[in-house]
Design a protein around this ligand. Structure first.
Ligand SMILES: CC(C)=CCC/C(C)=C/CC/C(C)=C/COP(=O)(O)OP(=O)(O)O
Length: 260
């Protein structure tokens, strides 16, 4: 079930949310509720994606998809998706309508817009920019003094999200072309996608270091150096490794974003 829910990325987004909530001064109840709300939203996106892509994934013989290989019944996934969706609504409501609206419409909603068609257009990057860009605000709007996250945090999140999208699609470029899925990475090609991803990921890190007021502490420069190494990995590695490097950069960025 976790594989069909795109468990790796879903857990990475959940950990990011939890860290943002911990450092954002949220009360434990609100921190747990907003993290669980984002997690359940992610589950609906992941399961919805594999249900919608079932015929396409079968056609290209995706061995990494339990639904496509038949080891997981579609009915189970549909029922789990419904439970996750209801849970997401209830948990989101617990932290207030502002955070709930941004999580359900802009963050989780962006994922479903991607699944329902944007992934096959030149706008495939937009749901990632929207989902990851608004994630910090889902947390800050659930905080003791509800408000939008600062612009540099939003910008860093959006840049990270688009970078992760470009990298995530790279290993599936050939399969997607065969089934008619042509998002931004398919249109600009593998090399330019890789370069653009590295640039965006590095830009996100720079924003996270330079954005907060005051001079950045010394450890953030070391983190930036590590980000540079990981960005190079996104240019040179193959398969899923670039996506994992991007997730690692995302976690490093959360440390940078929340340490100030
Ligand atoms: C809150 C937040 C951070 C929201 C994220 C928004 C967003 C656009 C999520 C999409 C996640 C997803 C299922 C990607 C893989 O699909 P795919 O069909 O491209 O790849 P696959 O063929 O490997 O399943």
């Amino acid at each position: 079930m976790l594989t069909a829910a795109h468990g790796g990325p879903a857990l990475a987004v959940t950990v990011i949310t939890a860290l943002l909530a911990l450092r954002g001064g949220l009360q434990p109840f609100h921190a747990i509720a907003v993290t669980a709300a984002v997690f359940t939203g992610q589950l609906t996106i992941g399961w919805g994606n594999d249900l919608l892509d079932l015929a396409r994934d079968r056609a290209v013989g995706r061995a990494d998809k339990p639904l496509a290989v038949g080891s997981l019944p579609a009915g189970w996934v549909a029922r789990a998706l419904a439970v996750a969706a209801v849970s997401c609504f209830v948990l989101s409501a617990l932290v207030g309508w502002r955070s709930a609206l941004v999580n359900i419409v802009l963050a989780t909603g962006a994922g479903h817009a991607y699944n329902h068609g944007l992934k096959a257009t030149r706008w495939s990057w937009a749901p990632y920019a929207c989902g990851f860009g608004t994630l910090p605000s889902v947390v800050t709007l659930a905080g003791p003094a509800p408000g939008w996250a600062p612009w540099w945090m939003t910008g860093a999140g959006a840049a990270l999200g688009v970078g992760a999208h470009l990298l995530n699609v790279l290993p599936d470029l050939a399969d997607d072309e065969r089934t008619g899925v042509r998002g931004l990475p398919h249109r600009i090609g593998e090399h330019r996608s890789r370069v653009l991803a590295a640039v965006l990921l590095t830009a996100a890190s720079v924003l996270a270091v330079a954005g907060p007021a005051g001079s950045p502490p010394a450890w953030t420069w070391m983190a930036l150096a590590l980000v540079a190494v990981l960005a190079v990995l996104t240019l040179c590695a193959r398969g899923r490794a670039p996506f994992r490097a991007a997730v690692t950069i995302a976690l490093l960025d959360v440390a940078l974003l929340t340490a100030g």
